[in-house]
Write a new protein. Structure first.
Length: 235
């Protein structure tokens, strides 16, 4: 005789990148166990796989977490976490007035959103004739560049992965047709000003962000700390 399976309540949210409405359920014990085991491994790829598997399962296989922008995945995960084990989490932050004292702070996950930067665009005009169309990095991209040594090398690899199209006049070069070597030559031929435009794309892309007030128990001063990225809420 088969034992009964527990049915979970479902919720809806809109993906920040597209506005598409997604139905999801909270984590069940199976997903929570897998996430805990992955976290204990301290292996970034195992953790990303567990997060991806949980999102796929909790959206009834309607969402592919490996192709979504990473901020969509983080937003989905935070909302699933809040509906699964509660809105409130405690994080340790550093007081901004002395950049030394650390204090625990409660964060309401239901108030955490994706910050959209005014004027941000995925189209980058390098010259009058040459333009880039960028795509946002996915958690799969982050896993790929995570094994590359050095911050600068990691960033260059991420840039290469996120170039969707290069447009020169009427000519359109698709990412699938551009080799890694061609992209290296292309990026290295840019001026500093042109490459800075690509850097700005990543700096201003949508991100999980939440401001909290923090009081330093030693000085009595209150300051603001900005938490960015999913990991900031689960240290």
């Amino acid at each position: 005789m088969s034992l009964p399976r527990m049915n979970s309540v479902t919720y809806k949210l809109k993906l920040p990148s597209s506005g598409e409405e997604v139905k999801y359920r909270p984590f069940v014990v199976k997903e929570q166990k897998n996430l805990m085991i992955a976290n204990e491994s301290e292996d970034e790829k195992i953790i990303q796989q567990a997060i991806g598997d949980a999102i796929s399962a909790c959206t009834f296989q309607k969402v592919d977490p490996w192709v979504l922008p990473s901020f969509d995945v983080e937003y989905l995960f935070i909302n699933m976490r809040s509906k699964s084990v509660g809105n409130s989490v405690e994080v340790i932050v550093t007081c901004p007035d002395d950049n030394e004292t650390t204090v625990p702070v409660k964060v309401d996950l239901s108030k955490v959103n994706v910050e959209m930067h005014v004027g941000h665009s995925n189209e980058i005009n390098l010259t009058e004739d040459v333009k880039l169309i960028m795509r946002y990095p996915t958690i799969k991209d982050q896993g790929q560049v995570g094994s590359v040594d050095g911050g600068t090398k990691q960033f260059f690899e991420l840039v290469k992965l996120c170039i969707h199209q290069v447009i020169e006049g009427d000519e359109i070069y698709q990412d699938v047709d551009m080799s890694s070597e061609d992209l290296d030559d292309f990026l290295e031929s840019m001026t500093s000003e042109q490459f800075e435009k690509i850097t700005t794309f990543f700096e201003t892309m949508p991100k999980i962000s939440h401001a909290i007030k923090v009081k330093n128990p030693n000085t009595g001063k209150t300051g603001e700390v900005i938490l960015e990225g999913m990991q900031s809420f689960f240290d």
